[in-house]
Design a binder for this molecule. Structure first.
Ligand code: NAP
Length: 287
């Protein structure tokens, strides 16, 4: 039987509808949530991702603005832009679109974004809070995956979860969020000797390697929930994930498509974090 789709696009629409109500409450209290996106250079995929986030803001009533910087701008220009937004009362979330051009140290620059406006959750204070089991803003892709699994009532506690990939943006925080929900978690990387040995025991398999068709049907436990994070462009221009979708759908019970799975949920979580940031701001103002 074919797997049920983990339909991120549909779940994201539900999230927007709930967020829209929270935005209305905030606006009635005199606070319109605001998101500022910073793009350095004009990486084509980044432009698409920023447009999606701006569109999602419009759908939910969140104010948004884009700060476009030249790819060869000095670091001081980027830091000055961030500093201005850190102090801007109408901006509650700051998004620095990655990747940055090579000459920037993205990890370090992320630290200059005010912790309370770090809606990407990449500031080390927010990542540390996640490690400590006291999450504040958490990275949007793994948050979106948790929201997707919860929406489809996938039990996490007590299950074997395997995360393929250990990046700071996806794999590591994903593992931490699954650990926090009492899954038994394995994290694989490019040096893992026998990937199949791990993937085949996964009740929940999250693949975030950026390697087209890395995971095939024979590597999946029958009945598993499989989340494909990868976005890969094939030589013929088609986009595919890290999982062989056609094969996996015959083995898994739940499977996220690419596109339309994790991507829309990531965007929804950026907006959710912005609304939460605005709510904190409104509470602090009222206190
Ligand atoms: P990344 O920083 O390049 O990390 C990739 C990870 O995968 C690394 O930890 C790497 O191991 C591991 N890996 C690579 N080949 C492997 C293999 N053969 N077996 C096991 N592990 C392997 O990428 P990322 O930022 O985490 O993103 C991963 C993918 O998700 C990309 O395709 C990206 O475009 C996509 N993505 C999608 C969304 C979305 O919203 N849908 C959001 C973010 C990212 P090492 O550490 O050993 O190198």
């Amino acid at each position: 039987m074919a797997a049920t789709l983990l339909d991120g696009a549909a779940v994201a629409r539900e999230v927007y509808s709930q967020l829209g109500q929270r935005v209305q409450t905030l606006v009635a209290a005199g606070v319109r949530p605001g998101l500022a996106a910073i793009q350095v250079g004009n990486h084509a995929a980044s432009t698409i991702y920023i447009r999606r986030k701006v569109k999602a803001c419009a759908e939910t009533g969140v104010y948004s603005e884009i700060h476009q910087l030249e790819s060869d701008c000095p670091e001081s220009t980027l830091l000055a832009t961030i500093d201005k937004l850190n102090h801007h009362r109408g901006i509650h979330g700051i998004l620095l679109q990655l990747p940055l051009p090579q000459h920037f140290d993205a990890g370090r620059i992320m630290q200059s974004i005010a912790v309370e406006k770090d809606v990407d959750g990449f500031n080390w204070q927010n990542l540390g809070a996640l490690v400590a089991g006291r999450p504040r803003f958490t990275p949007c892709t793994p948050s979106g995956i948790i929201a997707l699994l919860e929406r489809y009532e996938v039990r996490i506690e007590g299950r074997n979860a395997v995360v393929v990939g250990r990046s700071t943006e996806v794999g590591k925080p994903m593992a931490l969020m699954l650990i926090a929900r009492s899954a038994t978690v394995s994290v694989c990387n490019s040096k893992t000797r026998d990937l199949r040995q791990f993937t085949s025991i996964a009740d929940i398999l999250v693949v975030a390697a950026g390697r087209p068709l890395l995971v095939t049907a024979d590597m999946i436990k029958p009945g598993a929930a499989v989340v494909d994070v990868g976005i890969n462009r094939l030589p013929d221009g088609r986009v595919c994930g890290d999982v062989d979708f056609a094969g996996a759908s015959q083995v898994a019970s739940l499977l996220s498509p690419v596109p339309g799975g994790v991507g829309p949920m990531t965007v929804a979580m950026v907006i959710a974090n912005t609304v939460s940031a605005a709510e904190h701001h409104a509470q602090a103002r009222a206190a």
